[in-house]
Design a protein around this ligand. Sequence first.
Ligand code: BEZ
Ligand code: FE
Length: 289
Amino acid sequence: MRDLTSETITEAVISTMRDTKDSRVAEILESLVRHVHAFVREVELTEQEWARGVAFLTRTGQLCTPTRQEFILLSDVLGITMLVDALGNGRPAEATQNSVLGPFFRDDRPQHADAADISGGLPGTPLFFEGRVVNREGAPVAGAAVDVWHSDADGHYDMDVPGQVDPAMRALFRTDETGHFSFRSIRPSSYPIPGDGPVGELMSATSRSLMRPAHVHLLIEAAGFQRVTTMLFPSDDPYLDADPVFGVKESLTESFDRYEADAGPCRELTDEPYTALRRTFVLEPVAAG
Ligand code: BEZ
Ligand code: FE
């Protein structure tokens, strides 16, 4: 293996990995080397450009902490997260579809009883959410764990709300025997993904917007069913067609209906204008075998 050229180096690198024990690892690495080499050839990457790329990836890694994952964000804005999901989680159209998990899920969230107020007293338009979890046949799924989290009216999650120390706008619920769960909170707003790191530089270099449409995240788990990581978007949100992380699906848009204080299904529960949202989530069984 001497005097390698731009024509022979790809096969030479691949041949060094011929003793890889795990055949899937071997397949992935060989394909990675072929595609990266092809990319370098196609764009005729210069030394300066590669050094810039290495510096970009270095800064991306250096920004990662237990609470900030710039690499996942990079995967999100390059569409890799949703591509991996599309390949691995193809579900029939009737089943609730996945979207991105995002960086704001916390597993130290409180568990709440049905109909709890999870707003943490933060200001905003009251939101009344009523959900139902069912199987393919429409039968209720009792005892499902439903995680919910969302931003406030300014687009901040609880950890970024000044002065907010306790978890808010996030909770874990269990469905009852009819598959029902519900909560009260405040209506979330659209917000920008973190733009102060390398991903922000990439977004600005490509003239892309950081703004995600408003949404409520849900993560639903029940024994015997595939886990669903999803979110619901208001169907009239102006950012639906420009989501920087490609997480919007038509089936996940929903009308976040606005009502006057003395009207609509929750008029007994508030004396302010409010938003009410109802949604049924359909779970797919885990694949047999
Ligand atoms: C979110 O919706 O929380 C989110 C998802 C991907 C990247 C950044 C934020
Ligand atoms: Fe979010």
